[in-house]
Design a protein around this ligand. Structure first.
Ligand SMILES: *[C@@H]1O[C@H](CO)[C@@H](O)[C@H](O)[C@H]1NC(C)=O
Ligand SMILES: *[C@@H]1O[C@H](CO)[C@@H](O)[C@H](O)[C@H]1NC(C)=O
Length: 994
């Protein structure tokens, strides 16, 4: 398997955790009580009563609710008690929250609206200067909201605030002023929320729920956001910088990892909860800038362009001038790096600086003496604002007269300037000076006088080495994470005793002990292969030693493309050895039940990085354009090492351009002639050729086994931070074609960038329905069960309001009118969430698996959920290391299951869907284990991932390919062509993406 996709996955999506080995005792100690683990019985009582009430009222009275009510809590499986990473939040009954919106605008309309740190400081000043007596009553997100415990008298005219940094006495002469407007935007009674959550009336609704939850989030987040030794990333991730409460590790290359905490206030049956989860950030190493730069260069083949990208927006403290405030404290001069010295800097100036090369050093870079100092006399600047010769070159006129004055006369090097002016000898001469001004108006500093400020997360893409270090740091046993949460987590958030002042003032208590919830471990289904043979099963995994694929495919002709690299040693010492490997592999294919013809000799190319893409194109042209022979049905592509350029090109050429099935393998792995690896590759062969790898007993798939239900997986992938500006989003769809769920052909479509709604859904679904009908004598499915991935909690409405109508429209166009009268097709939609922060930990050793995670099959639908919603968490897989992430399933539409009588052993429809979803996880064709998210969602995700390969020039724009600071034109002319994701008709109706 090629791990290119894994590289693209960010760390956060891969793992959480450590090498510390903790046992049961540690868990008990870390969570406090070892005695009473029983989940809160009051919670269960309300849960039970709410469902009773829902049943009494029946569907009719609940029809006003958009989302279907929970038909019951699941009942199947062995009962267990689990810790969840949630604390209970207890707010006083009479707590009223006054909510204000804040708008911050510059006084000078030419200035930009302040964001980030600037905005935060301005709001801080507003509170200090205008609401000092209410300060303890106030919590804010330092962006646009303020929550106060007491009503504030707000000045309608707004407030004027003059910016100054924390250490400055008064604003410097050219500091900007900002106008702030406060507007009361509501009065929120926390008791409304408590009444709603503790009520067992199934039909009650609370309109202000989201607002109250948001306000409580602001109150909980205020302390970490205000504390000096904590930095926050995004709205709700907080990282401590003080060594005593912070867990850190060096990643190499100038970065280190810090463990921090995500927080989110959530509503649950009967109570308000605070979800806290461990998070990791890669930060710049604090300290001397020069060392950071040399370390980075030494690990990035000395590329100045990459260095410039790496340093962009980094904040440093300049040390060459010490300035004191009135109290005699040193006040640091903080500068933000915009780039390295680059030719062309300040080329509109009358005396532009002399920069002989990109990333030139202190002796090379010279600037004109008419501008010895920057605007504030603190830094070296070539800006022409100082007294002599401050005019910009009049374009044209001046140039014609004498040309830009870049004669060395009147110029001084950065080195000499620092020697003369500050008696500082710049020692690191090889390293570039940095620009802390702008490209038009540069200001240079030698790294010798700069210190990197702590607490700055880096957006840089991690190198493979750093990624490995991050995984080592972040992948930990669940118990270690739980311990961090109840230990450093509660301290950082100020929720352990003593409570932080804001929470104390608001009278809000957070119980710093993890809650327990009831869970159930569902029985694993047994997997079947050809002739109903069952493999040897371990929990959630098995092997294929003794079995054949359920349905083997036919491979009439195949060959290979062997790409080798002059850099990597040859995996095979001779062509004979390679041919031996391929023969052994071919035997394996036969043994697994693939009707395979003998492999024919293929091609070998030696990859030269510069023209590898063209070489691949040529090789495939040869395969398909031989007039003597029909092109091979499948090509095994042997790649020298993990290389996304090669992989992406092969996929694009084969899937989109040439229409040839292909499977990529890594030479070093293939050459080992390992039976298990061959089996893994064979699984892909069989799926791509239309075979079915494994199956389940019919009764395990319930309604699906009747053959009238099509299961659909749907996902959208969006541009990442490193993508080109005009990168589109891509929607991917997969759908089953029969009752076996062994084949899931797919379709793809580009759409508006960052739009979550699948706009071409009607077209994509029609193509899936037609394919189903081709397998069923022209009959369309009676039921369409959709697993929709990638929709966040606040966006469920998008699916019902915008996607569902497209689904119905597609059906309307295809189904006979008669079906419509009968209410067909029935549609159910389940949202699959994997980006949530809920984790469960076993409370007993005998209920944990080897990695101290809950056992596979663990389902939780009580305690951390709301009784009125129909959702559940399911950990279907076994986590080999780290902390298992359960998937979250939320049923937002159900027409299929509610129309059927529930059969024993199930007691309600929740049982039916939990069981079906769990069992399907054993049918992921590419694995011999249960997967962590239901296969339709998983496959849709793979389809989208594949689209990113086709469009890799947009999605993974190479950082630092162009000099930082050079003018970036709109995406360098690269625009997405819809045809770039149009699968060739030869492979269109297959699992080409697997
Ligand atoms: C809630 O219902 C479940 C299942 O019916 C039952 O086992 C449990 O005892 C009930 N709990 C309470 C507190 O009523
Ligand atoms: C410059 O620095 C050197 C060594 O740091 C010191 O010996 C010398 O006196 C300084 N010169 C001036 C003019 O301050």
């Amino acid at each position: 398997m090629i791990a290119v996709a894994a590289v693209a996955l960010s760390i956060r999506s891969q793992v959480e955790a450590v090498a510390v080995d903790l046992g049961e005792e540690d868990v008990k100690r870390s969570h406090g009580s070892g005695k009473n683990l029983q989940p809160d019985s009051q919670v269960q009582k309300i849960e039970n009563e709410t469902l009773k009430d829902a049943q009494l009222k029946g569907a009719k009275q609940l029809h006003e609710q958009r989302l279907p009510p929970r038909p019951g809590f699941g009942t199947k499986g062995r009962e267990v008690i689990l810790w969840a990473n949630y604390f209970e939040v207890i707010a006083p009954k009479d707590l009223i929250l006054f909510r204000y919106s804040i708008a911050v605008l510059p006084v000078d309309p030419g200035d930009r609206n302040p964001v980030g740190k600037k905005a935060k400081r301005v709001i801080e000043l507003l509170i200090e200067e205008h609401f000092s007596e209410h300060k303890p009553d106030i919590a804010t997100d330092y962006k646009s909201n303020m929550i106060s415990k007491s009503e504030l008298s707000v000045n309608e005219d707004g407030y004027l605030v003059r910016y100054r940094s924390e250490d400055e006495d008064e604003s410097s002469p050219n500091a900007k002023s900002y106008r702030l407007r406060l507007k009361q935007s509501g009065t929120l009674a926390v008791s409304d929320l408590m009444d709603y959550l503790t009520s067992s009336h199934a039909s009650t609704m609370l309109e202000s729920m989201d607002e109250i939850i948001q306000a409580l989030n602001i109150v909980v987040g205020h302390y970490p956001k205000s504390a000096a030794n904590i930095f926050s990333a995004g709205a709700n991730k907080h990282f401590s910088m003080s060594p005593s409460t912070s867990e850190q590790m060096s990643l190499g290359g100038g970065l280190h990892a810090i463990r921090g905490f995500f927080t989110s206030v959530r509503s649950a049956t009967c109570r308000i909860l605070l979800n806290v989860q461990v998070k990791h950030a890669a930060c710049y190493e604090e300290g001397r800038l020069g060392s950071l730069m040399s370390v980075y260069l030494s690990q990035n083949s000395g590329s100045m362009f990459r260095l410039a990208t790496f340093l962009k927006r980094l904040r440093v403290r300049a040390t060459h001038i010490v300035r004191k405030n009135k109290a005699g404290q040193e006040s640091p001069r903080v500068k933000t790096i915009t780039g390295l010295a680059a030719p062309g800097d300040g080329n509109g100036l009358q005396h532009p600086p002399i920069v002989p090369r990109f990333g030139a050093g202190a002796k090379e870079v010279k600037f004109h003496l008419s501008s010895p100092e920057g605007p504030r006399g603190s830094q070296l600047s070539t800006s022409q604002q100082s007294c002599s010769g401050g005019k910009k070159a009049k374009k044209g006129k001046q140039l014609i007269k004498e040309g830009p004055d870049t004669q060395e006369e009147g110029y001084i090097s950065v080195f000499d300037f620092f020697k003369k002016t500050y008696n500082i000898t710049v020692t690191d001469l090889d390293i570039s000076v940095i620009n802390v001004g702008t490209r038009q108006n540069p200001s240079y500093l030698p790294p010798d006088v700069c210190v990197v400020i702590a607490g700055q997360p880096s957006g840089a893409k991690l190198t493979p080495g750093q990624t490995q270090n991050m995984i080592n740091f972040a992948v930990r046993r669940p118990t270690a994470n739980a311990q961090s949460i109840v230990g450093n987590g509660t301290r950082l958030l100020g929720i352990a005793q003593p409570m932080n002042p804001t929470l104390s003032k608001f009278n809000i208590a957070v119980t710093p002990k993890l809650i327990t919830v009831p869970g159930r471990v569902l029985t694993m289904p047994s997997v079947r292969y050809k002739n109903n043979k069952a493999p040897q099963m371990k929990p959630a995994s098995w092997n294929m030693n003794e079995v054949e694929f359920s349905t083997g495919s036919k491979l009439a002709s195949w060959t290979y493309l062997f790409i080798s690299s002059p850099k990597t040693p040859n995996a095979w010492s001779s062509p004979l050895e390679l041919s031996n490997t391929l023969n052994v592999f071919q035997q394996k294919l036969k043994r697994l039940g693939i009707d395979v013809s003998n492999i024919v000799p293929g091609q070998r190319i030696i990859s030269n990085q510069d023209n590898i893409e063209a070489d691949i194109d040529t090789a495939f042209k040869k395969f398909v354009s031989n007039p003597e022979k029909r092109p091979p049905k499948l090509i095994l592509v042997i790649i020298p090492h993990i290389d996304s350029t090669i992989y992406n090109r092969v996929k694009f050429v084969c899937d989109v351009k040439a229409g040839i099935q292909n499977v990529c393998t890594l030479a070093p792995k293939l050459a080992k002639n390992n039976d298990q690896y061959f089996a893994n590759v064979a699984m892909k062969f069989n799926l791509k050729l239309g075979g079915r790898n494994q199956s389940l007993n019919n009764n395990k798939l319930g309604i699906i086994s009747e053959g009238r239900t099509m299961v659909v997986g749907l996902d959208v992938t969006h541009p990442s931070p490193g993508s080109e500006a005009n990168t589109p989003s891509v929607a991917g769809i997969v759908a089953s074609v029969d009752q076996w769920l062994g084949q899931w052909p797919a379709d793809l479509q580009i759409q508006t960038s960052r739009q979550e709604m699948v706009s071409g859904l009607d077209r994509m679904l029609r193509s899936r329905l037609r394919l189903w009908a081709r397998h069923h004598k022209g009959i369309y499915p009676e039921n369409i069960l959709v697993y929709r991935d990638g929709v966040s909690e606040g966006q469920y409405e998008i699916v019902l309001d915008q996607e569902l109508p497209l689904i119905r429209q597609a059906c309307q166009e295809l189904y006979p009118a008669n079906d419509f009268k009968k209410g067909l097709p029935r549609i159910s939609i389940i949202i699959v969430g994997k980006r949530h922060n809920t984790r469960f930990y076993p409370t007993k050793k005998e209920e944990a698996d080897d990695s101290w995670n809950p056992q596979s099959g663990t389902v939780v639908d009580r305690g951390v959920t709301e009784a009125r919603n129909w959702d559940f968490f399911l950990q279907s897989h076994t986590a080999l290391q780290g902390t298992a992430r359960p998937a979250h399933y939320h049923i937002v539409l159900d027409e299929i299951f509610k129309s059927r009588k529930v059969q024993p052993p199930f007691q309600n429809t929740a049982d039916v869907i939990e069981d079906l979803t769990h069992n399907m996880c054993y049918l992921f064709g590419r694995a011999t284990k249960a997967v962590s998210i239901c296969p339709p969602a998983y496959y849709a995700d793979l389809v989208c991932e594949r689209a990113r390969c086709y469009l890799s020039k947009l999605f993974d724009a190479t950082p630092g390919a162009t000099p930082a600071g050079s003018v970036v034109s709109g995406g360098g002319g690269k625009v997405a062509d819809p045809n770039d994701v149009r699968i060739h008709e030869n492979v269109r109706d297959t699992m080409f993406y697997i």
